[in-house]
Structure formats: C-alpha cells, structure tokens
Write a protein that binds this ligand. Sequence first.
Ligand SMILES: N[C@@H](CCC(=O)N[C@@H](CS)C(=O)NCC(=O)O)C(=O)O
Length: 212
Amino acid sequence: MSGYVITYFPVRGRAEAMRLLLADQGAEWKEEVVSFQKWFAGEVDLKKTAVFGQLPQFKDGDFVLYQSNTILRYLGRKYDLYGSNIKESALIDMLNDGVEDLRQKYSGVVFYKREPGPEKYIEELSNHLGPFERLLSQNSKGSGFIAGNKISYADYSLLDVLQNHQHLASDCLKSFPFLSAYVEKMTSRPKLKTYLESDARKNCPIVPKDFK
Ligand SMILES: N[C@@H](CCC(=O)N[C@@H](CS)C(=O)NCC(=O)O)C(=O)O
C-alpha cells in the first residue's frame, strides 16, 4: 500500500487527472476531503500553511507537493509516463500546457462566469479542440496517445478535460472522430474503467452540488 494522500475539495477539479493516473497505474491513495464552506470561512489551517494557499495537496509519505501539474509530472517520472528522453519529455510538457490552457478556458466559463459564457463557448469549442484532434490524427493515424505511442501523464489531463467538456455539451466530440476514439480507448483501459465506474468517482461531481 502506497502512502499517497490527496487533499482536496469534494469535486473532480484539479485533483481528477492525478486520480485517473493513479487508478490506471494500479496505485491506491487516500482522500482527505475539505469542505468548501469551512475553507472559505477560514476554518481550515491548511489554507494558511499550503505553499500558495490553495489545493490540491498531494502527499507521498512525508513528501508534500502542491500545484496539480507539478504533481502530475512527479507521478509521470515515478511511473515512467514522461517520455524516454528530454525531447519527448518537452513534447509531453508542451501538450500538457495546451491542456492547461483549455482547462483554464473551461474553468473561466463554468466556474468564474467569464465571457463569452457557456453557449458561445460551446459554439466556438471546435477552435479549442481542433489542435488536439489534429495532433491525434497525425500521430500514427490515431493509434497513438497525445504524445507518441506510449501513454504519458498528459493523457490523464487531456482525458479529464475532455470529459468535463462532454459533461458541458454531451455531443461536443461528435465532429472529432480522433478525439472520440481517444476517449473510448482511454476509458476502456481496464483499471481506469474500474475507477470510472466506481461509486467514489460517480459521487464526485465536476461542479459542486450547491454551486451558483
Ligand atoms: N495552479 C494551482 C491552482 C490551484 C487552485 O486554483 N485551487 C483552487 C481549487 S481548484 C483553490 O484552492 N481554491 C481555494 C482558494 O483559492 O482559496 C494548481 O494547479 O494546483
């Protein structure tokens, strides 16, 4: 049993990609759930001690990390999901940064009520998804992963963001055959499928229940 602990709010959010990675790699972890109400009421000491005053926090035994993408890269190195040379690693980082940009656009519209608002965002979504579709189509005609032919930490990030978009607009991948096949391929990986079908995952929302 590993000593992994994820401390986060009761949502998928910025903890979900690391959960997908751990589940797919057959690792176990513990969840420490922090209530939004208590956090924003200043009742959680971790708000003061967290390096940037934010979650998720990830623990590997006594080793403590913050920043979701740093945590993914740490796990990427640990589970050999980070390419086999510095050029492959750089390409994986580049793609993960692209996923991060997409995550921020999505979060801006869904959580922070930023312009252009959900309807317009969905209308324009093909502009944002297009680069990922192109990358997959150019990579072994869709039989690879987002970078090369081996799964990398960036794949878990991409899957998470794509599933968030499918939740926002269920048919958003309809005109993207490579992305659709990619989601199918990722979600059929046996250990990942078990996690995706678990109660823990089903009961963990994308948007908090009482979010306005
Ligand atoms: N760059 C950070 C962003 C972390 C972040 O925005 N955390 C939010 C939840 S997703 C948070 O802790 N919000 C509460 C607060 O800012 O007090 C990461 O990727 O981990």
